[in-house]
Design a protein around this ligand. Structure first.
Ligand code: SAM
Length: 274
């Protein structure tokens, strides 16, 4: 069976329609779906999928992975999936909002896993943040997002899209644009093009250090239009700020978006030298 075809999707939906409030746009090009699954699953490991919908991507992920555990918010999709994959023991689906799932409490706790999703666009950022902050042994995150969201992750220093999230992601992952995807391969067709991007961890996680570094970065970007000094003033005393400026040789007028990841790491070091 191939789920990712226009005829299968229309037939399965029957009287149902794609629900906008859940960001439902179903993939209808099996070649593209297969390509995404091959990028997402590099070894035979467990895969977690967010928003399986009618199961187009799930079907291909099962081809390459060991098993698939999916989270779907829409009860109609949930019922369809259970019927569609009733003979597939390696498939399981849970009904609910992925944002409410306590990932660390689930059974695959210390198992290496892959994450893959054709993300519902209305909730892209919170889902990504949840994944970035999770303590699971995630080997690769591969997600379909709106094209402009994808380019935000590789925003250069000083550009408008360069923000706290760019820095946090840059610290944690190698980000790769896997492919651009035309709006024509979805039903219904959205009014933007998409892209598949992947995040591969590049550092051994040190949650305590990250927490400190990331909250420093977030503090520095709190008021984007203001200078770095102005943002720092809300959190640190004058002496500490002067020390940071002297150590890094910063100009008084510098803004958060002009600093590189290495600069933030250095500032964090200075803060901890006291
Ligand atoms: N994976 C399918 C595909 O590629 O054809 C459907 C992708 S569609 C863009 C997004 C899916 O995510 C929908 O099935 C939607 O119901 C589901 N969804 C939306 N918000 C969700 C949430 N917060 N938690 C879990 N699933 C969600």
């Amino acid at each position: 069976m191939t789920i990712a075809t226009l005829s299968h999707v229309k037939e399965t939906l029957g009287d149902l329609h794609a629900k906008k409030k859940f960001g439902q746009n179903f993939l209808i090009d099996a070649n593209i779906v297969d390509k995404i699954a091959r990028k997402a699953v590099e070894e035979e490991l467990t895969v977690i999928e967010i928003g399986p919908g009618l199961g187009a991507l799930s079907e291909m992920l099962l081809k390459y992975g060991k098993r698939l555990h999916a989270y779907e918010i829409d009860e109609d999709m949930y019922e369809i999936l259970k019927a569609e994959f009733s003979d597939e023991e390696r498939f399981s689906v849970e009904l609910g909002d992925f944002l409410d799932v306590e990932l660390e409490k689930v059974f695959y706790h210390d198992e290496p896993i892959y994450i893959c999703s054709n993300l519902p666009y209305y909730v892209t950022t919170p889902i990504l943040f949840k994944l970035f902050e999770s303590r699971l042994d995630i080997r690769k995150i591969t997600v379909m997002v709106q094209k402009e969201v994808a380019s935000r992750f590789s925003a250069p220093v000083g550009s408008e899209d360069y923000n706290a999230l760019s820095l946090i992601v840059q610290y944690l992952y190698d980000v790769k644009l896997e492919m651009n995807v035309s709006r024509k391969v979805f039903y219904p067709s959205p009014n933007v093009d998409s892209a598949v991007i992947s995040f591969t961890p590049k550092v051994k996680r040190d949650y305590e250090y990250e927490q400190g570094l990331f909250s420093l970065i977030k503090n520095c970007f709190m008021k984007r239009r203001k200078t770095l000094q102005n943002n720092l003033k809300d959190h640190y005393d004058r002496e500490t700020i002067e020390k940071i400026y002297a150590e890094l040789g910063l100009k008084d007028t510098v803004r958060a978006q002009e600093l590189k990841l290495e600069d933030y790491k250095r500032i964090y070091e200075v803060l901890n030298e006291k």
